[in-house]
Design a protein around this ligand. Structure first.
Ligand SMILES: Cc1cc2nc3c(=O)[nH]c(=O)nc-3n(C[C@H](O)[C@H](O)[C@H](O)COP(=O)(O)O)c2cc1C
Length: 400
C-alpha cells in the first residue's frame, strides 16, 4: 500500500534560503498521488514564486489571511480540502518558536494553531539559529506535543559556514511523512542495488542481440523498495517505462557496461540487498563490425561467445544479500535452484515465460521464491508492484 496516495496535504513554506527545495518535495508528494495545497509566509514569497508552486501543486497557493475579496463565513483559512496532515518545510526558527507558543499572527502560524491534524516540521536555518535557546525550547515543546521534527543536517550552510542547519535529505523527509501515516518502513536506512531491463550486444551499428525484457519487474522493485524507506540505485538497460522518482538511475546498454557500473557501485558503497532482475544477454558477437553488414549474402554466420556472468563473477564477491531471477519455460524449480547455487545468490525468484499474465512485458506476474536455506513461497498473480512488495517483505522477514 502506498500510504501517500490520495492524502490531502498542506505544505507550508516559510522564509528560509532552502525554500526552493520545497519544490522537489512537492513534486515527489504529487508523484506519490497526494493532493497538495501550498501555503506561504510573506517571507517565503521573497525566496520563491507563487506561480511555480501553483503550477507544481495544480492548486491555489494561499498567501494571506486577509485576501482582497474575502469569501463569506468565519473560517480563518479557506483550504481546498479536508486535511490529513501539514508539512512545514522548510520551517524557519521563527515559525518553530511561534507554533510552540501559540502565536497566530499571519496565515501559516494561524493555520498551525487551528488545525488538529499531524504536523511535521523540517527546519532549515543558520547553525546559530538552530542552537539558539529559544529554538531549542520550541523544538522540545513541539516534540512533546507529538509533532514530528525532521532535524536539519550537519554540513555546509548557505552562508558557507559548517554546522547543523541544512534542510534534511528529501528522501529522509519523505520517509518521515510516510511514517506520519503509519507506514511500516521495513527497509528504512537500507541501501539497495537493483538491475533491470535487457542488455544489447551490438553486431554492427544497426543490429544487436538482446533478450525480451520490459524492465517492469526491476522498476517495480525499485519503487517498492523506495516506498519501504530504502535508498535505491537502479542500473537499467534500455527500457521505455517512466523513471522512478527519488531513485538514482544509471543507464547502460551492454552487459559489460552493466558489469562495470555494478563494480563501481559495489566498490564505493555497501548495499544491504542486491536484486539482479535484469535480463542480461548470455551471448555476444565475438566481432563487432563498425560498418553495417550488407544484406546481399544469403547466409551470415554470426560467431558468439558467452558474455560476462555478472552475478557469479562480480556480485558474488561483494557483501549484501543477493537475489537472482530466473525466467524459465520448463522444470522451473529445479533450474531455478541450480541457478541460485551456481550464481552463489541467497535467493532466487522464478517466473515463467510461457504463462499468460507472468514473465516479461506483462504488468502482472506470478512468481516463486526460493532461499538457499531451503524455504520457499509462491506469490500468485498480481501487479508487479504488489509482487515486488511481497518479495521484499518475504526476504526482510526471512533475514530477521
Ligand atoms: C537571505 C536570508 C536567508 C534566510 N534564511 C533563513 C533560514 O534558512 N532559516 C530561518 O529560520 N530564517 C532565515 N531567514 C530569516 C527569516 O526569513 C526571518 O526570520 C523571517 O522573519 C521568517 O518569517 P517566516 O517564518 O514567517 O517565514 C533568512 C533571511 C534572509 C534575509
Amino acid at each position: 500500500m502506498n500510504s501517500l496516495k490520495n492524502k490531502n496535504i498542506l505544505l507550508c513554506i516559510t522564509g528560509s534560503i532552502a525554500a526552493y527545495k520545497a519544490c522537489e518535495l512537492l513534486r515527489l508528494l504529487r508523484k506519490e498521488g497526494s493532493n497538495v495545497q501550498v501555503m506561504m509566509s510573506e517571507s517565503a514569497e521573497k525566496f520563491i514564486g507563487v506561480a511555480t508552486l501553483a503550477a507544481l501543486s495544480n492548486n491555489e497557493v494561499l498567501t494571506t489571511l486577509f485576501p482582497n475579496n474575502p469569501k463569506g463565513g468565519m473560517d480563518h483559512v479557506k483550504l481546498s480540502f479536508e486535511l490529513d496532515a501539514i508539512i512545514v518545510a522548510p520551517a524557519t526558527a521563527n515559525i518553530l518558536c511561534k507554533a510552540a507558543n501559540g502565536v497566530a499572527d499571519e496565515i501559516v502560524s494561524t493555520t498551525l494553531s487551528i488545525c488538529d491534524v499531524p504536523i511535521l516540521f523540517a527546519p532549515a536555518m543558520n547553525f546559530r539559529m538552530w542552537n539558539n535557546e529559544g529554538t531549542i525550547n520550541a523544538v522540545k515543546i513541539l516534540e512533546k506535543r507529538k509533532n514530528i521534527i525532521v532535524p536539519p543536517e550537519e554540513g555546509q550552510l548557505a552562508s558557507l559556514h559548517e554546522g547543523k542547519g541544512r534542510f534534511a535529505d528529501i528522501n529522509n523527509i519523505m520517509n518521515n511523512i510516510r511514517k506520519l501515516f503509519n507506514e511500516n518502513l521495513i527497509l528504512e536506512n537500507k541501501k539497495i542495488l537493483i538491475t533491470a531491463g535487457p542488455t544489447r550486444e551490438p553486431i554492427d551499428p544497426v543490429r544487436f542481440i538482446t533478450n525480451h525484457s520490459s524492465g517492469k519487474m526491476g522498476y517495480a522493485l525499485a519503487k517498492a523498495s523506495k516506498e519501504y524507506g530504502s535508498k535505491v540505485t537502479l542500473i537499467s538497460g534500455p527500457v521505455s517505462i517512466p523513471i522512478v522518482p527519488g531513485v538514482k538511475i544509471i543507464d547502460i546498454t551492454t552487459a559489460e557496461e552493466m558489469n562495470n557500473k555494478i563494480e563501481d557501485e559495489l566498490t564505493n558503497n555497501t548495499f544491504d540487498y542486491i536484486f539482479m532482475a535484469a535480463a542480461v544477454a548470455d551471448y555476444k558477437p565475438i566481432e563487432f563490425s563498425d560498418k553495417k553488414i550488407k544484406s546481399n549474402d544469403k547466409i551470415q554466420n554470426l560467431k558468439l561467445e558467452k558474455s560476462i556472468d555478472i552475478m557469479a563473477d562480480t556480485i558474488s564477491k561483494h557483501r549484501g544479500i543477493k537475489i537472482a531471477f530466473a525466467l524459465e519455460t520448463e522444470n522451473g524449480q529445479v533450474n531455478a535452484i541450480n541457478k541460485m547455487k551456481a550464481k552463489k545468490s541467497d535467493y532466487i525468484v522464478l517466473n515463467y515465460a510461457n504463462e499468460s499474465g507472468a514473465g516479461f512485458n506483462e504488468d502482472t506476474n506470478h512468481v516463486y521464491i526460493f532461499s538457499k536455506k531451503g524455504s520457499s513461497k509462491e506469490f500468485r498473480k498480481n501487479t508487479k508492484l504488489r509482487i515486488a512488495k511481497k518479495i521484499l517483505e518475504y526476504i526482510v522477514n526471512n533475514e530477521k
